[in-house]
Ligand binder design. Structure first.
Ligand code: FAD
Length: 455
């Protein structure tokens, strides 16, 4: 590490090449003050990591948030998605329908409708117009099921009872845009990519610093500054009990014909805010159905990551993916939920078998705010995780915001507000495992092992 007068580190190790890690590497590589800093991005998989949350066919890009600041950050990101970032099919601005199930929502105290109203208020505040599609409005109301059905070509059912469509939202080809970012990062000539699995961080208790990382093969990588961006795997490397947890989310894909692709591809994404279910328009004749849910916890006992010498163990939820078990499929409960939503929206496809399923892992925090901050104890450790199922859309801009945290700078009011949200919490939650409370669907409290065992 440089001296107090010159706090610029001479080396940075970034663990994880997902949205958070890679975008930060690219942003730091462009900072003039870091021109002489070596930047290494380390991932356990060769890029793109097949089971990373950031790698998939599609991710929704929406400024539709009940929180003003995430809405505003997405508006910034969308300006770039609409340019080079979204070129060559990486971004499609087809619109996004946000629907609610009226009876279900009323039973739950009308919270999801309230969320919708807040979203629309934010969109309005950010300059979007609300009115009729035929008059060129950015956002149009869908007052009933008939309007829901009419809005989507090839849908013979409705995503919900009522809602709205934001025509300025869209979806990104997640893997393609990550590859684009990798190209940008490599082109700087400043980012070294390394392929190895971290076993543990090298904690120096006497100086309250992290010296680097110990790898699975026993070797070490040392660095002045470590940025831990290992997504849902992060709780394996630092104690995140009561701060952030891994939750498994279901994705199901089905093959469609070329004709069906042509019919469905220009539709808006369909998202039901009452149960978290969504269908993103197809890509390459594959349609995706998924759920933004409380997810599955996968508890494992592991040595205390910050005190392995003590012999103490902690219990945390960690990802379990096809890289751990190539035959892993989604639990019946999740498959049924995806099938029900497919049957609700496109009944004539309801019987079609899934061609592929996947459990994809969120790093979840209590309210869904990310965790991007210096660690309160380990002085030269930055944690960048807690995406809580909604960080992808910010890919073109999030690295700069994380880099601001790293260099301890605030460029504007938005950055200030966001950093407040992303701070390491003053207190941990009383329960070790986090079940995020935003607009999750599915049951709270599901355990992966138990759900996989149900036939
Ligand atoms: C099913 C699903 C749907 C989603 N939908 C949306 C959406 O529609 N819109 C949206 O904006 N966001 C969405 N998200 C959220 C978004 O994808 C994530 O917030 C974001 O990708 C998280 O990025 P990350 O860098 O934290 O994690 P990841 O992309 O998971 O990256 C972590 C990396 O760390 C690496 N790693 C782990 N352990 C080690 C180790 N020991 N050594 C070295 N490397 C390691 C992994 O290989 C991985 O590459 C969704 C997420 C999921 C799972």
């Amino acid at each position: 590490m440089g001296s107090i007068e010159d706090p610029v580190p001479s080396s940075i190790l970034i663990i994880g090449s997902g949205v958070f890690g890679l975008s930060t590497a690219y942003a730091l590589a462009q900072r003039p003050s870091y021109a002489h800093t070596t930047i290494t991005v380390l991932d356990r998989s060769t890029f793109p990591a097949p089971d990373a949350a950031s790698i998939d066919a599609s991710r929704i890009v929406r400024a539709d948030y009940s929180d003003y600041y995430y809405s505003a950050l997405c508006i910034e990101a969308q300006k770039l998605w609409r340019q080079e970032w979204g070129a060559e099919g990486r971004y499609h601005e087809n619109g996004l329908v946000i629907a609610v199930n009226s009876a279900e929502d009323a039973e739950a105290g009308g919270k999801r409708e309230e969320m919708q109203r807040e979203m629309m208020a934010n969109l309005k505040r950010l300059g979007l117009s609300i009115g009729k599609r035929k008059d060129g409005a950015d956002v149009s109301l869908l007052e009933n099921r008939e309007a829901m059905i009419r809005i989507a070509d090839g849908f013979d059912g409705a995503a919900g009872d009522a809602g709205y469509c934001n025509w300025t939202s869209g979806w990104a080809d997640a893997e393609a845009a990550m590859k684009y970012l990798e190209k940008l990062a490599r082109a700087t000539g400043r980012v070294e990519f390394k392929n190895a699995e971290v076993e543990s961080l090298l904690f120096d208790h006497s100086s309250s610093t992290v010296k680097g990382a110990k790898l699975k093969d026993g070797s070490k990588i040392e660095a002045d500054l470590v940025i831990l961006a290992a997504g849902a795997w992060t709780p394996k490397y630092i104690d995140l009990r009561g701060v952030a947890s891994a939750s498994g989310q279901v994705l199901a894909y089905l093959d469609i014909t070329a004709e069906e692709q042509a019919q469905l591809e220009n539709n808006p994404t369909m998202l039901n805010g009452s149960n978290g279910m969504f269908i993103i328009p197809p890509r390459d004749q594959v349609l995706k159905v998924a759920r933004h849910g409380y997810g599955y916890a996968n508890f494992r006992s592991i040595p205390h990551p910050e005190h392995p010498e003590s012999g103490a163990e902690i219990e945390v939820s960690l990802p379990w993916t096809k890289m751990d078990d190539p035959h892993l499929s989604i639990p019946k409960e999740g498959s049924d939920a995806c099938r029900d939503f497919l049957a609700q929206c496109i009944p004539h496809m309801a019987e079609r078998p899934w061609s592929y399923t996947r459990i994809c892992w969120y790093s979840d925090t209590p309210k869904g705010d990310w965790l991007v901050d210096y660690h309160p104890k380990w002085k030269n450790l930055v944690v960048a995780t807690g995406g809580s199922g909604h960080a992808y859309k910010f890919l073109p801009v999030v690295g700069e915001r994380i880099a601001d945290v790293v260099v301890r700078e605030t460029r504007d009011d938005l950055g200030k507000a966001l950093h407040e949200k992303w701070r390491w919490p003053k207190e941990r939650c009383s329960s070790d495992h986090i079940w995020t409370n935003d607009w999750r669907g599915g049951r709270k409290g599901m355990l992966l092992d138990e759900e996989l065992a149900r036939k």
